[in-house]
Design a protein. Structure first.
Length: 365
């Protein structure tokens, strides 16, 4: 034995006598207790950490300033039903509970952005959502066809859902059709965003059916791959729609002939007040169709046709339509090769007494 700081300790590993410590000896765990602790660590992602009772874990505070999961306003202070369902689903599916998502389930408005969801995680989440959910944003979460099918089953319960945003998720033809069919069950849905979802022209009739929805007032379909067929279907849907107010088709593959079919719907539609078709290629033929719309349609208030390859000849046609229009309030013609003469024609058209234009953008940078 050696002496150090008036306390003895044994430096001989082979010595049969060891010093007694005054620390309390931890009880030896049974096999079942070890199994329970291991399962708790695996589910709660607390490997190598001190074990807390499960009830304490569920009460831990979760950071709300996270960039990925952002809770919005909460009408109900607590919804333990959703939380318990989510917990039970995670246990049954043998997956870890996401404590950030766990904390959001008590809210009527849920936002999840830029986070990859596995199939089982979507199953647990879709099982937990309930009818009183008001808005749901699942942007850029790597949804698959199987995930969309499970999510749609959950969405059918959400009879009070007002806003749905699934932007930046790749949608196959099958998943898009499933989603459109499900949206028809959401009788309270007013706002929908499927921007940058890779929806192709070949997806066919569901594109038109989406624009026929009886409750939607705003649809964002920007950044997809719409061409002639999609424009024909959307144009036909607009002739029947009596609810839609705002439609965004920017950053698609819309060319001059496709825009002709699309604008025909505007000649009959009496509800659409805001339309964005920027970053398309209207060209001369599309401008001819737009001139007709500006003359006939008296309900459109805001129009964005920036970067649409509108040259001097096209600008002349648009100016002829503006001369007879008395309702359009804002028009964006930025990033177009208008030339000085084209700008002059449009400015002259806006000088008539009945013109309602309050914002006119022809910037180029």
């Amino acid at each position: 034995m050696e002496i150090f700081n008036e306390k003895s300790f044994d430096t001989d590993l082979d010595d049969d006598e060891t010093d007694q410590t005054h620390d309390n000896t931890l009880p030896r765990l049974s096999f079942d207790q070890k199994l329970t602790a291991h399962r708790s660590n695996r589910l709660n992602e607390t490997f190598g950490q001190i074990n807390f009772p499960f009830q304490f874990q569920s009460n831990k505070k979760v950071r709300t300033n996270d960039d990925i999961l952002i809770p919005l306003r909460c009408k109900t202070s607590s919804n333990n039903g959703r939380i318990h369902i989510y917990e039970n689903s995670c246990h049954m599916l043998d997956i870890a509970i996401d404590w950030q998502l766990h904390s959001l389930l008590s809210h009527d408005n849920i936002v999840v952005h830029n986070r990859s969801f596995s199939f089982n995680e979507i199953r647990a989440f879709a099982t937990a959502i309930e009818a009183n959910l008001e808005s749901l944003i699942l942007s850029s979460i790597d949804l698959t066809t199987s995930s969309i099918r499970i999510l749609c089953q959950g969405l059918r319960k959400c009879v009070y859902l007002n806003l749905l945003d699934l932007s930046c998720n790749k949608l196959s033809r099958e998943s898009f059709k499933l989603l459109v069919d499900t949206i028809n069950y959401c009788t309270s849905l007013n706002y929908l965003s499927l921007a940058n979802c890779g929806i192709q022209d070949s997806y066919g009739r569901p594109i038109g059916n989406l624009c026929r929805h009886k409750r939607l007032i705003e649809i964002n379909l920007s950044g997809n791959e719409f061409e002639d067929m999609a424009c024909i279907l959307i144009g036909g849907a607009l002739t029947e729609n009596i609810r839609l107010i705002d439609l965004n088709l920017s950053w698609n593959f819309i060319r001059s002939y496709a825009s002709i079919a699309l604008f025909r719907g505007f000649e009959i539609n009496k509800t659409l007040t805001e339309f964005d078709i920027s970053w398309s290629n209207l060209g001369y033929d599309g401008s001819v169709a737009l001139r007709r719309v500006l003359i006939v349609n008296q309900f459109l208030y805001r129009l964005n046709i920036s970067n649409c390859n509108i040259d001097r000849a096209s600008a002349k046609l648009i100016s002829e339509g503006l001369e007879k229009n008395s309702t359009l309030q804002r028009i964006n013609l930025s990033f177009n090769p208008l030339t000085t003469h084209g700008v002059h024609d449009i400015v002259q058209a806006l000088n008539h007494k009945k013109s309602a234009i309050s914002m006119f953008d022809i910037s180029v940078g």
